[in-house]
Ligand binder design. Structure first.
Ligand SMILES: [Zn+2]
Length: 226
């Protein structure tokens, strides 16, 4: 191994033998940027090219916490799962846990290929610190399905009441913003002009104002993601 290919090691000082993945094989732009300081020259297990990348253990350590914070296991059938599946060959249908299996979920969220997602899934499951004999439930479990957490779940659910009041009023009662919906949003995002809302892009829309319409946009880094 050349000097440009340092051997990464884990917390115990043991060499990190997990497969290397190059940054170009990680489609999620923000994740790739976060990994760039840890990247070094490797030969990628997934595309075969020699370029900057990290080991799968480094990737797993980077995504472990955000996945736990922003994603949840889907509701199971016993918890009232609402996903109905239909057979392609017959009239049969059945109810299934919400979400995607862990490999598929990682593949879509991180924008990595199937084999990398499969290897990463194995690693996250193996490294999960939960100890089932003590009754702990592992977050990463190959038998579970996952989806993004609802907005109200994030930040420990502290905004869930304000959000459900807001959603219920704007969906079923007013259909437009009024003083009360503005107040609910203010509880979550901060009121306009307050320090909490300082970083928010605020644009006033309405009759008599320069802006009368709004377009919804999404930032993508590849045409195929449009
Ligand atoms: Zn690659």
């Amino acid at each position: 191994m050349s000097a440009s290919e340092p051997i990464a090691s884990d917390a115990d000082g043991k060499p990190d033998a997990t497969p290397p993945i190059c940054l170009a094989c990680i489609g999620d732009h923000a994740l790739r940027a976060r990994l760039s300081t840890a990247a070094h020259r490797i030969t990628c297990r997934y595309c075969g090219r020699t370029r900057r990348g990290v080991t799968l253990a480094t990737l797993a350590a980077e995504v472990d916490e955000p996945l736990r914070e922003f994603c949840v296991q889907g509701a199971t059938v016993n918890q009232g799962a609402t996903v109905k599946r239909y057979s392609a060959e017959s009239d049969a249908s059945w109810w299934e846990q919400e979400g995607e299996d862990l490999e598929e979920f990682l593949q879509n969220e991180l924008e990595i290929d199937m084999q990398a997602a499969s290897d990463l899934s194995d690693l996250l499951v193996a490294n999960d610190p939960a100890w089932p004999p003590d009754g702990e439930e592992a977050f990463f479990d190959a038998g579970q399905r996952y989806h993004r957490a609802p907005a109200t779940y994030i930040a420990g659910g502290q905004y869930s009441e304000a959000w459900s009041d807001f959603a219920s009023r704007i969906t079923h009662e007013r259909r437009f913003f009024d003083a009360e919906t503005t107040e609910h949003l203010g509880q979550i995002l901060g009121t306009r002009g307050s320090p909490k809302a300082k970083s928010l892009p605020v644009l006033e829309l309405g009759p008599g104002l320069p802006h009368t319409s709004v377009f919804r946009a999404r930032c993508v880094f590849r045409r195929s993601a449009v």
